[in-house]
Design a protein around this ligand. Structure first.
Ligand code: NAD
Length: 319
């Protein structure tokens, strides 16, 4: 029987599907130092990881019987993909499984920021009983999302899911993508009805200048933050920015400066430079709504990821 090590875990739905198809799945976490030895001694042919376990050249070299490396999620930064493929190892991931989870988190930040929830949740436990009226006044200048312009930078899987929710809220969608010129976005409703909207993308500067809120859905840009002081300078005064893509895509120092100077009114971050130890200045900033890289981390996404991995493994061994 073929053995699978799911070193960073896998959903029960994924395990069930694999076991029903005759695979043995082990979810015991093996430390990075002992990983190669364990893979070999236990004869694992498949290693499944999320972002924690590193599958680098050293493991690939030491484990000649590995057939599949699977990443539950999108980013493959922790896997030497090209090297694995050159060594005839099949590398799989689940790029679409968490798109709607990330898109919903964008709106959790957006709704939270325009009504100061992030700040109110910090202050209410401390002052809610002594300064209720003062806090009420502080957080009374909220805004609505309906009717506002939402600038989506990176119009791939997640960007398009964000567009669907934005359209549903009555927002005007502006999008920019390096490669995509136009995309049909289909909203499916509870009663089976659907409606398709065609969104044409625009130049980056147009989106920056004309959006009330800007959300980033691009891959990690290596050499330079896509959104730095210059790009923030083009944005509307009082705009909001959300980054759930990758730390470093927005220049954190320029962002804090823009918030302090009231150029930007809001920011929401799920990803940071130097994860897992982000800048303390950023963490202490009272105008930023923050989450610790949980964009993909919903139970529904975990289920979809487990099932997608299982399907791909089953298909591989059927061929
Ligand atoms: P995707 O590949 O489907 O879409 C990315 C889009 O960005 C593509 O359409 C591409 O053409 C475009 N693009 C690339 N470089 C660009 C540039 N310089 N300027 C403009 N557009 C550019 O990817 P996705 O699945 O939508 O993921 C988007 C981002 O979200 C990735 O960075 C991914 O790592 C991140 N992500 C974060 C979480 C989280 O937990 N917060 C979870 C999943 C994915």
């Amino acid at each position: 029987m073929i053995k699978i090590l799911a070193n960073d875990g896998i959903s029960n739905s994924g395990i069930e599907k694999l076991e029903k198809n005759g695979f043995i799945v082990n979810t015991n976490k093996i430390s990075q130092e002992n990983l190669a030895e364990e893979i070999n001694s236990e004869n694992y042919e498949v290693i499944l990881v999320r972002s924690a376990t590193q599958i680098r050249k050293d493991i690939i070299d030491k484990c000649p019987n590995l057939k599949i490396i699977g990443r539950g999620g999108v980013g493959m930064d922790n896997i030497d993909v090209k090297y694995a493929q050159e060594n005839n190892i099949h590398v799989i991931n689940t790029p679409a499984a968490s798109s709607s989870s990330v898109a919903e988190l964008v709106f959790a930040h957006l709704f939270g920021m325009v009504r100061y929830l992030y700040e109110s949740n910090r202050q209410m436990p401390m002052e809610g009983d002594t300064s209720f009226k003062k806090l009420k006044k502080s957080y009374s200048g909220g805004r609505e999302l309906n009717g506002k312009s939402l600038g989506i930078i990176g119009f791939g899987r997640i960007g398009q899911e964000v567009a669907k929710i934005g359209i549903g809220l009555g927002m005007k969608i502006l999008a920019h993508d390096k490669f995509i010129k136009e995309e049909n976005i289909t909203l499916r409703f509870f009663n089976g009805e659907k409606k398709t909207f065609t969104i044409e993308t625009s130049k980056l500067n147009y989106v920056l200048k004309n959006s009330d809120f800007i959300t980033l859905h691009i891959p990690k840009i290596d050499n330079k933050a896509l959104i730095g002081a210059e790009e923030i300078g083009l944005m509307k005064t009082g705009a909001g920015v959300i980054n759930t893509s990758r730390g470093g895509n927005i220049d954190e120092t320029a962002l804090m400066f823009a918030l302090d100077k009231k150029k930007l009114a809001y920011a929401g971050l799920d990803v940071f430079d130097n994860e897992p130890t982000p800048s303390i200045h950023l963490l202490m900033h009272n105008a930023i709504s923050m989450t610790p890289h949980i964009g993909a981390a919903t139970l529904e996404a975990q289920d979809r990821i487990g099932i997608e991995l299982a399907d791909q493994i089953i298909l591989f061994y059927k061929k």
